[in-house]
Design a protein around this ligand. Structure first.
Ligand SMILES: Nc1nc2c(ncn2[C@@H]2O[C@H](COP(=O)(O)OP(=O)(O)OP(=O)(O)O)[C@@H](O)[C@H]2O)c(=O)[nH]1
Ligand SMILES: [Mg+2]
Length: 120
């Protein structure tokens, strides 16, 4: 029986300093293969890790992105439009044609009342 493998691409977005790269490092752990995550916060990068559940091996590729939604705070003076363009260019370069999920990372103290009420 051939092993079943599923590859999942997850885009992580959020404001500068929200914890995207920290999540990548934690998720990847020592088994991760990391490319350029946080070597430059203005660039995209990937962290890959895998796990097996019920005989299916999931290969998860987390895609790190520059801080977005906090114009002028990201240190690189990139506009959100430029960041979206950079993400698109990176996905093309890596031949990633679709992402399976988008994680929106929010710093705890930035969560507003609406988000809290939606979560509860
Ligand atoms: N207290 C606390 N600090 C965190 C957490 N996640 C990240 N940090 C800290 O927040 C700072 C920024 O985290 P990063 O993971 O670099 O944030 P980022 O979203 O990758 O930021 P950019 O790449 O600049 O967009 C670091 O000093 C982290 O140690 C968290 O869950 N709790
Ligand atoms: Mg980062």
């Amino acid at each position: 029986m051939s092993p079943k493998v599923k590859k999942l691409f997850i885009l992580t977005v959020g404001q500068t300093g929200s914890g995207k790269s920290t999540l990548h490092n934690a998720a990847g752990g020592h088994r991760s293969t990391t490319s350029s995550v946080d070597s430059d916060p203005a660039e995209c990068g990937t962290t890959t890790f895998e796990f097996t559940v019920d005989g299916i091996t999931y290969i998860v590729v987390l895609i790190d992105t520059p801080g977005i939604g906090d114009a002028g705070q990201n240190g690189q003076s990139l506009t959100d439009q430029e960041i979206r363009h950079e993400i698109g260019t990176f996905l093309q370069k890596e031949n990633i044609r679709k992402v399976n999920a988008i994680f929106w990372i929010v710093k705890g103290d930035k969560a507003d009342d609406l988000m809290v009420s939606e979560l509860s």
